[in-house]
Design a protein around this ligand. Structure first.
Ligand code: PMP
Length: 409
């Protein structure tokens, strides 16, 4: 049985006060809090097992290497990837997308080629492609979305041409909450022989993910959004593709042999893409976070968060001046909103005074804000440890904001 009070006890930060109120942490889309299992694992790794990986014959180095590679296997199984050769540790989703945009661009993109992404991408899945397209003289195209926040997939066929070389799409929008039908998108794009990258940053904390079922060629996410430490993330890539791509960065661990005449050779996958000393402590923390989530069960987490979303929607529906941006029928527990003409920063600041942490601004999705002709929104993004009582507190706090600012606009 899913027991939210039990789960909350695992997260020390949730019992602290902010502005003399009990913290209600509703900024999980930006980063999640860490359970004791993760904090302990990182602490133990630093105090008992610290030694650089893949380098030493000595005991500690071998142990830390084993723990690092064990975490890789945990991630492989979490994503149901076919092999650990397909799981690359990176610094996060941004680093993963930059790696693919750079390497794929070097190998496959020429002047006049096209890359197709969507208008609801996080900046991390726009700008790396813009940089690569500028470098290569390629063209970046966008799948638009409608006012509900659903992708205009009816336009997919017409947006793909014989010059399209790769499609990159977010699985769950961090500002709209929309869950995109990535399996269906991959099938349609694959039918034209084009590979697909899926940005799963906001999906993995909320639902089970199976990369073989989705069928995508690349899948990326950041650890810190799924209860793991910052500075660690994942690039999943199909082995055949990763084999063909050139390395992104050079340095230790990604080489087989260095020759001064330039005939340097690369390490086997996945190390070819892990230059330098990686964040092996973070990787072990990521493994602990995944095990923690799996013990609770991804299906249970998803069902509970959907219940929370339905409850919040039901409560917010009674506030007539509250406009929600992102009304797709398939949504993760992310609610972006504005209260009449009240500025998002005013709302965010009052909520903060009441101990409620939400995000304000563009959420690194400026084109989404442009679509709606707004500067930004207030975003409440829920995690498995949030409660209906916290939704009630948000509701009450919104009424306070309205009373304070309602007349002024
Ligand atoms: N993609 C999405 C959908 C995101 O929500 C985020 C983080 N907000 C990122 C990519 C980038 O993640 P990071 O900053 O951890 O690299």
């Amino acid at each position: 049985m899913f027991n939210v009070e039990r789960i909350r006890e695992d997260f020390p930060i949730l019992s602290r006060e902010v502005n003399k109120r009990q913290l209600a942490y509703l900024d999980n889309g930006a980063t999640t809090q860490k359970p004791r299992a993760v904090l302990d694992s990182v602490n133990q790794m630093s105090t008992l097992w610290n030694a650089n990986i893949h380098r030493g014959v000595h005991y500690l180095s071998q142990q830390s290497t084993e723990m690092y590679e064990g975490a890789r296997e945990t991630v492989r199984s979490f994503l149901n990837a076919a092999s650990t050769r397909e799981i690359v540790f990176t610094a996060g989703a941004t680093a993963s997308i930059n790696a693919v945009a750079y390497s794929f661009g070097e190998r496959y993109i020429s002047a006049g080629d096209e890359v197709l992404i969507t208008e609801m991408e996080h900046h991390a899945n726009i700008v790396p492609w813009q940089l690569m397209c500028q470098r290569k003289g390629a063209i970046l195209k966008y799948i638009p979305f409608d006012d509900n926040g659903e992708l205009r997939l009816d336009l997919l066929d017409s947006l793909i041409t014989e010059r399209t070389k790769i499609v990159s799409v977010v699985q769950v929008s961090n500002s709209l909450g929309t869950i995109n039908p990535v399996k269906e998108i991959v099938a349609k794009v694959h039918a034209k022989g084009i590979p697909v990258l899926v940005d799963g940053s906001q999906a993995v904390p909320h639902m089970p993910v199976d990369v073989q079922d989705i069928g995508c060629d690349f899948y990326v996410f950041s650890g810190h959004k799924l209860y793991a430490p910052t500075g660690i993330g994942i690039l999943y890539g199909k082995e055949t593709l990763l084999e063909e791509l050139p390395p992104y960065q050079g340095g230790g661990d990604m080489i087989a042999h260095v020759r001064l005449d330039g005939t340097t050779t690369w390490a086997e996958l996945p190390l070819k893409f892990e230059a330098g000393t990686t964040n092996y402590i973070g990787a072990v923390g990521l493994g602990a976070a995944i095990r923690y989530m799996e013990e609770i069960g991804l299906n249970s987490i998803q069902a509970y968060e959907q219940e929370l979303l339905a409850y919040a929607n039901q409560r917010f529906a009674t506030i007539s001046s509250l406009n929600i941006y992102g009304k797709a029928p398939h949504k993760a527990a992310i609610i972006s909103f504005l209260l009449g003409g009240i500025h998002q920063l005013d709302t965010g600041m009052v909520l903060d005074k009441l101990g409620i942490a939400v995000r304000t601004g563009t959420h690194c999705t400026e084109p989404v804000m442009t679509h709606f002709g707004i500067e930004g929104t207030v975003r409440a993004s829920f995690a498995m440890y949030n409660t209906k009582e916290e939704v009630d507190r948000l509701y009450e706090a919104i009424l306070v904001v309205q009373q304070m600012f309602g007349g002024a606009y």
